[in-house]
Design a protein around this ligand. Structure first.
Ligand code: ADP
Ligand code: MG
Length: 507
């Protein structure tokens, strides 16, 4: 059910994503030119004759890119096609010096077939999002329109770099199945999952800001419980989670409004306007490009043998879905916590390093990470998230710091309040381990009952009126006494012990 301004509507969303990830490889998909096109590299310095389709040039498929695609396909739990093809997808645009893009024809099996990824659904339980296909294709160049008042510039360094396009699946024969994306939040979680799988496998940096991950967003709406899919629109080339969510919201509302006013949605290609978060028609389906896939005798069929697939399968690391299952099954974490801790591989590696196989640490460490680190973005910069193999390099709080802190609470060396103080000191740049900081600031917890007892006696003696009220039934005053004892002990007393002694003495 789609909500507009907190009000649920009778409509639900159907979302299909076509996600392009830039394949990590030294050279391009069909040429030996460098695939590094970062903005510090001079324009048009990494373009080979093949990238411009000079006559007589022979495109040669980059085997490494194919292996990367197979790896990603396995990460998407997908079938790998033993035979697939490449062809020329013919169109003219100034960012395409070849006059065509080499891609895998839509009507034939691509290198990666049907698969699925698991995300956390909006209801808080795991949900499978079906994948229709993933195919290899060439990226285009980059146009620059804002560098000169009357001229545009083309940089072809990115031309021909390998992209893997991952397309989500809608089973039109079975419109009641629920294995597709149905909300802006699910779209974000899906894209993050794709990103983390790609990163864990080293297949792509999958970084939206850098343009190594981009998505086309297909949206339609239908009445809740409907037995069909309605016409969708496609918003092209989205490069941020925030914009994608906002574009989906806007499109959904726009389409709902059209239907509620008795109109029909037309199958248009939209552009997203960053300035005001709206979408507008870029081209309508009537004048849509009719792509023709031209066979090219120089593009050899792609045959993959099972040995290659099995060899790659054996190198697969643990992927986020398996990590989540391990956190829930072995470490006893809640589904929500497991999902948060696997949002990025950096996070899960940090968590694993902190837990270090000690199961009793898992829950407190998860709590500290989620409520104290993630809730304060200033404490947790994803880009700087600690590389667990290199503790202490970027951040003040290391996995072993947090591990030591929760161990100290568990052994009653410090109480929760003191732990929080130590934590804040660490964030503020205090050097040393939590134990060292506790010692330096005299924060060892007092568990010695006789010391606590004398503090309790003093507080009782100093507050006869409150003692009277407590004894006549105002038991809520216990907190007052606890507070005073804590103050008297400089916050060092074990609150559990304080509570117990106070109750006894006031009874
Ligand atoms: P095209 O080739 O025209 O882009 P595809 O059939 O490949 O279209 O679909 C592209 C994406 O759009 C897929 O992810 C698909 O699931 C999704 N899609 C198709 N029909 C709909 C619909 N009615 N509503 C939402 N998404 C859709
Ligand atoms: Mg499309």
């Amino acid at each position: 059910m789609f909500t507009i301004k907190g009000k649920t509507t009778d409509w639900e969303l159907v979302i299909g994503l076509e996600t392009h990830i830039e394949v990590l490889s030294n050279s391009k998909l069909f040429s030996g030119a460098s695939a590094d096109y970062n903005p510090t590299i001079s324009p048009n310095t990494q373009v080979s004759m093949v990238d411009c389709a000079m006559p007589g040039m022979l495109p040669v498929l980059n085997e490494f890119c194919v292996e990367q695609a197979i790896k990603m396909g396995l990460g998407l739990n997908a079938e790998i096609s033993r035979h697939s093809k490449f062809a020329r997808k013919q169109y003219f645009y100034p960012d395409l010096p070849q006059g065509y893009q080499i891609s895998q024809p839509a009507e034939e099996p691509p290198v990666v077939g049907r698969g699925w990824v698991e995300i956390m659904g909006d209801d808080g339980t795991p949900k499978k999002i079906f994948i229709e296909r993933a195919h290899l294709e060439q990226d285009a160049g980059k146009l620059k329109h804002d560098a000169h008042p009357t001229k545009s510039f083309a940089d072809y360094n990115r031309t021909g770099v390998a992209l893997l396009e991952i397309v989500t699946y809608l089973d039109v024969k079975n419109p009641q199945q629920n294995s597709f994306i149905t909300s802006p939040d699910e779209a974000e979680r899906y894209l993050r999952e794709i990103r983390e799988i790609a990163r864990a496998l080293g297949v792509s940096k999958a970084n939206m800001e850098e343009g190594s991950m981009r998505a086309d967003v297909n949206v339609s709406v239908r009445p809740v419980g409907s037995n069909e899919f309605r016409t969708r629109t496609e918003t092209k080339n989205m490069v941020s989670f925030k914009f994608i969510k906002s574009a989906i919201e806007f499109e959904a509302r726009r389409q709902i409004e059209i239907y509620e006013n008795g109109g029909t949605v037309s199958q248009d290609t939209m552009r997203y306007n960053q300035a005001d978060g709206t979408t507008s028609v870029m081209r309508s389906k009537e004048d849509a490009l009719d792509y023709r896939y031209f066979p090219d005798p120089d593009l050899l069929p792609l045959d993959i043998d099972t040995d290659t697939i099995e060899r790659i399968r054996r190198t697969m690391p643990e992927l986020p879905a398996a990590t989540r299952a391990r956190y829930i099954g072995d470490l006893g974490l809640a589904e929500y916590d497991a999902a948060r801790l696997t949002e990025s591989t950096d996070i899960s590696r940090w968590f694993d390093a902190a837990v270090a196989g000690k199961k009793q640490r898992a829950k407190p460490i998860a709590n500290w990470m989620i409520s104290e680190l993630f809730a304060h973005p200033e404490n947790w910069d994803e880009k700087n998230a600690l590389d667990a193999s290199n503790p202490g390099d970027f951040r003040i709080i290391t996995p072993s710091d947090l591990a030591e802190l929760v161990d100290m609470i568990a052994s009653n060396a410090i109480n929760g309040k003191q732990a929080k103080e130590i934590f804040i000191k660490m964030l503020d740049g205090e050097r040393g381990t939590p134990a060292e900081i506790a010692r330096k600031f005299g924060m060892e917890q007092i568990t010695d009952t006789s010391a606590i007892e004398s503090a309790v006696d003093a507080v009782i003696a100093a507050n006869p009126a409150q003692v009277e009220q407590y004894k006549s039934g105002k038991v809520g005053l216990l907190g007052f006494f606890v507070g005073n004892v804590m103050k008297a002990t400089g916050g060092k007393a074990n609150p559990g012990v304080v509570n117990e002694i106070l109750r006894q003495k006031l009874a």
